[in-house]
Design a binder for this molecule. Structure first.
Ligand code: CA
Length: 407
């Protein structure tokens, strides 16, 4: 569950809210059990950040760059701390809403959406499942951060229902494809980083320029129709099996908030090419949990069941390498672009970030409370991904990204 300590003074994630009294979307930060309306703080003269006044997305704020983000965050830390004076406290209280009273919106207008494939365990598992009896990992994997361009227009905020896609699918033993609803609907536990300052067209970004170009992270669920995907993915990669929906959590946790949770990068053999090397380590220790609740579990008041626990820290390629790679050909990035990490899977049982891995393409079933089983998603199923970083006394929550399947 989301607890007040997930949104303490050291987190202050940014999002876009509206509420019953004011339906205009506006910027906010989450703090403890509340949500602080930044538009209101600017109008009250408490926060010197004109680009947040009247903003309905965070794109302009992201475009303003690292110094602005840090100045706003430092000011908010003051206003929300015991150091604030009585007048400041009174105005902040006026600008604060209970978290359950607000509707969350997409925090940014997403220009481009890229999804990587940066977990070597996930890539190996999928290779074994989709191309049995061959070397599971393709020869380029350890050299190049593999990714594809997704569909930004169907990135949706947590809570948005996900419609079961229809498409072409051809089981291996069938003579011809048919068209219809996907019967192998799956999830992918991922995180996404949201681009901060724009880069210049024609100028590759070095891997260590992360602080300027990565504003922060969200949780991401890359819904996947495995039957459509299996039939269409060769030779050009994922297409309609992925493009129907991608859900993200509403609060962007900034890179500065994640500083205490940086961890060592995994060993890489061979060493990546020079443009993919960073001086600093950009891996993060972030715990992730995948939960499932069926309609019957809801009826019988069974809480969502945790079906996987994993961690971002083991990813083979970091955001620094992804940033360097996507710009290495001169392509530029824009504020609000979204970059998925790829499914986050560990090497141990119960740490895989997708049903196709957890059930080995349906060969094993998941046992659920009340005697139900699942291999892939049924209509009415709710999927939740939660994330939290904890190290000593430091704690930062990402909240959750939720979606329910509708037929
Ligand atoms: Ca994915």
């Amino acid at each position: 569950m989301i607890e007040p300590a997930d949104y303490g003074l050291d987190n202050l994630p940014f999002g876009i809210i509206s509420d019953g009294r004011n339906e205009r979307p506006r910027p906010a930060v989450a703090f403890e059990n509340g949500v602080v309306d930044l538009d209101a703080l600017v109008r009250a003269g408490l926060l010197d950040a004109e680009l947040l006044r009247g903003a309905t997305t965070l794109n302009a704020f992201l475009a303003a760059g690292l110094e602005t983000w840090r100045a706003v965050r430092a000011r908010l830390r003051h206003l929300l701390s015991v150091a604030a004076n009585a007048r400041e406290r009174e105005l902040v209280a006026k600008a604060t809403l209970p978290r359950e009273a607000v509707t969350m919106h997409l925090p940014v207008t997403i220009g481009d959406y890229v999804d990587f494939y940066s977990s070597i365990e996930h890539a190996t598992n999928l290779g074994r499942i989709l191309r049995p009896n061959t070397e599971p990992l393709l020869p380029n994997y350890r050299h190049i951060p593999i990714g594809y361009h997704g569909r930004s227009g169907t990135v949706v905020v947590s809570g948005t229902p996900v419609r079961r896609p229809h498409g072409q699918r051809k089981p291996p033993d069938a003579d011809a494809p048919t068209f219809g609803p996907s019967t192998l609907l799956d999830v992918e536990v991922e995180m996404g980083w949201i681009a901060g300052a724009a880069s210049t067209y024609g100028e590759p970004v070095p891997a260590d320029a992360v602080r300027e170009h990565v504003f922060g992270y969200v949780l991401l669920n890359d819904w996947s129709a495995r039957d459509i995907q299996a039939w269409e993915y060769q030779p050009l990669g994922p297409f309609l099996g992925k493009s129907f929906a991608t859900s993200i959590s509403p609060w962007i946790v900034t890179l500065d908030a994640l500083e205490p949770f940086r961890s060592a990068e995994p060993e890489r053999e061979p060493e990546p090419l020079p443009y993919l090397r960073s001086r600093e380590s950009w891996a993060y220790d972030i715990q992730l949990e995948l939960l499932l609740q069926t309609p019957r579990m809801r009826e019988h008041a069974h809480p969502p069941l945790t079906i996987s626990r994993t961690n971002l820290r083991g990813m083979y390629w970091t955001a620094a390498q992804q940033l360097a790679h996507v710009t290495s050909n001169g392509a530029s990035i824009r504020p609000g672009d979204l970059f998925g990490t790829g499914t986050i899977s560990g090497g141990e049982p119960g740490t895989q970030g997708s049903l196709i891995e957890l059930t080995w393409r349906g060969a094993n079933t998941l046992a659920l409370p009340g005697g139900e089983t699942r291999t892939f998603l049924e209509d009415g199923d709710t999927v939740i991904v939660r994330g939290r970083a904890v190290r000593g006394a430091a704690r930062v929550g990402f909240g959750e990204v939720v979606g329910t399947i509708v037929g």
